[in-house]
Ligand binder design. Structure first.
Ligand SMILES: *Cc1c(COP(=O)(O)O)cnc(C)c1O
Length: 389
C-alpha cells in the first residue's frame, strides 16, 4: 500500500476543499430555522410541545415500528431498552467488543456484566454463527432462561450493533436468540436508514435504540429514540423516560422510579426538519460510497468496505479495510491524511481492552482484533464531494 496513492485517491473523490474535511458533519438545509424559531416564539422549548409527538410519529412511520419514544441521547435509549428487556443486576448481556463505549456503558448502568462476542468481516458486526457455537459450549438452558455454566450467571440479552450503518446478519442471530432464550436489543444508533432483507434495522429486536448525536446520519443536537413493536413496552418506555408521572390535571404523583430522559421540544423540532431530509441525505451518501468504491478499486493493499448482499446500508461512515501486510502502515496513513486536512480515524479501541471492562467474560475475539488493526474511516458527510442536497 502506497499512502500517498491513498491520499490522492481520497482527494480525487472529495475534490477541492478550503480547510478541513471532517469525518461526518451535519447538513441543515431544510426547515430547521423555521421549526426552532417556532419553539422560541411560542415558548415551548422544553419538556412539553408538539414537536416531540410529531418527531416520534415520523420516526415510527419511517422505521416501520409501532412506537418510537424520543429521549435525550442514544445511551439513555439503550439503558431503558435493557431495563424493559428485564436485564437485572448480576445478569450477563452479550455484545460485540467492536462497538462504541455507549453499548457496554448502558449494560453497566443496569448492574449487569458485558460479555464480549467476536465480529465477522462480512458485516463488521457480531458473528451469529460463532456466537451459536460458543453458547452451545458455555451455557445451559433451564426453562425459559439461559445460564453461563462457568460463572453461574443468567445471560439475559444480546445487543448487536450495526457497525457504521452495516446491518448485522439478523436471521441467524434471531435463531440463536430463540434457542438460548435471549432478548434481542438492537443498538441501531448508527443505522437509521439501513435495511436488512428489506426491513428497517431496529424493527428486528424486541427493543432498539437510535442516536441523533451531532455526528450521526441526522441530528437533534443530542438525542436518541427507543423503537418497539410492543405497545406495552412502548407505553412503559414513554412513562419511564418522563419521570413516571401519573397524568392528572394538577397533582404531582409518580408511581415508579422514573428517568428524566425525555427529549426537549426544541431538539425534537430540529429532528423533524432533519428527518424530512433523510432520504436526500441517504442518496448523497450512497453516491459518495459508490464513488469511493470505484476510486479505490484499483488501489493496492486495501479495499473499500461495501454492504453485504442481504443489506442496504446507510453508509454512515465509509470504511477502508487494509490488507494484513498494509496494516503496518495504518498509523502512517492516519498521520498523512489528517496532516493533509482530510479527517480519518481508526476503529474504536476494542471494549475488552478498556480498563473498566478488562475483566468481563469474553469468547475468542480474534476477528475483531484483526479488524481493529486494519480499519480506517474516511470522510462521509452527505455534503462531501459536492453532492449537496
Ligand atoms: C452514537 C452511538 C450510541 C449512542 O450515543 P449517544 O451519544 O448517547 O447518542 C450508542 N451506540 C453506538 C454504537 C453509537 O455509535
Amino acid at each position: 500500500m502506497d499512502c500517498t496513492e491513498v491520499l490522492n485517491t481520497l482527494e480525487s473523490v472529495i475534490g477541492q476543499s478550503d480547510g478541513f474535511v471532517s469525518l461526518h458533519e451535519p447538513t441543515f438545509a431544510g426547515k430547521e430555522w423555521d421549526y426552532v424559531k417556532e419553539c422560541l416564539d411560542t415558548g415551548w422549548v422544553s419538556s412539553v410541545g408538539s414537536y416531540v409527538d410529531r418527531f416520534e410519529e415520523m420516526l415510527a412511520e419511517y422505521t416501520g415500528v409501532k412506537r418510537a419514544i424520543a429521549v435525550v441521547n442514544g445511551t439513555a435509549a439503550l439503558h431503558v431498552c435493557l431495563i424493559l428487556a428485564g436485564v437485572e443486576p448480576g445478569d450477563e448481556v452479550l455484545l460485540p467488543t467492536l462497538t462504541f463505549v455507549a453499548t457496554p456503558n448502558a449494560i453497566s448502568y443496569c448492574g449487569a456484566i458485558p460479555h464480549f462476542v467476536d465480529s465477522e468481516e462480512a458485516t463488521l458486526g457480531l458473528d451469529p454463527h460463532k456466537l451459536s457455537d460458543y453458547l452451545s459450549e458455555i451455557t445451559e438452558v433451564r426453562g425459559h432462561e439461559c445460564f453461563n455454566s462457568k460463572t453461574g450467571r443468567r445471560i439475559k440479552s444480546v445487543v448487536p450493533m450495526h457497525t457504521y450503518g452495516h446491518p448485522v446478519d439478523l436471521d441467524p442471530l434471531l435463531e440463536v436468540c430463540e434457542r438460548y432464550k435471549l432478548v434481542l436489543i438492537e443498538d441501531a444508533a448508527e443505522s437509521l436508514g439501513s435495511y436488512y432483507k428489506g426491513k428497517h434495522t431496529g424493527q428486528w429486536g424486541k427493543l432498539s435504540a437510535l442516536s441523533f448525536n451531532g455526528n450521526k446520519v441526522i441530528t437533534t443536537g443530542g438525542g436518541g429514540a427507543i423503537l418497539t413493536n410492543d405497545e406495552e413496552f412502548g407505553a412503559l418506555a414513554k412513562h419511564m423516560t418522563t419521570t413516571a408521572k401519573v397524568p392528572h390535571k394538577w397533582e404531582f404523583r409518580h408511581d415508579m422510579v422514573g428517568y428524566n430522559y425525555r427529549l426537549p421540544n426544541i431538539n425534537a423540532a430540529l429532528g423533524c426538519a432533519q428527518l424530512e431530509q433523510l432520504p436526500g441525505f441517504l442518496l448523497c451518501k450512497r453516491v459518495l460510497a459508490q464513488r469511493y468504491q470505484q476510486a479505490f478499486a484499483d488501489v493496492d493493499g486495501l479495499r473499500f468496505f461495501t454492504e453485504s448482499e442481504n443489506a442496504m446500508s446507510n453508509y454512515w461512515l465509509n470504511t477502508l479495510l487494509l490488507d494484513e501486510p498494509s496494516s503496518e502502515k495504518r498509523d502512517e496513513l492516519l498521520e498523512l491524511t489528517n496532516g493533509s486536512g482530510i479527517m480519518t480515524r481508526p476503529c474504536w479501541t476494542l471494549m475488552h481492552k478498556l480498563p473498566m471492562f478488562a475483566d468481563c467474560p469474553r469468547m475468542d475475539l480474534s476477528v475483531a482484533e484483526n479488524l481493529e488493526k486494519r480499519l480506517i474511516n474516511i470522510p462521509s458527510s452527505s455534503s462531501v464531494g459536492g453532492h449537496h442536497v
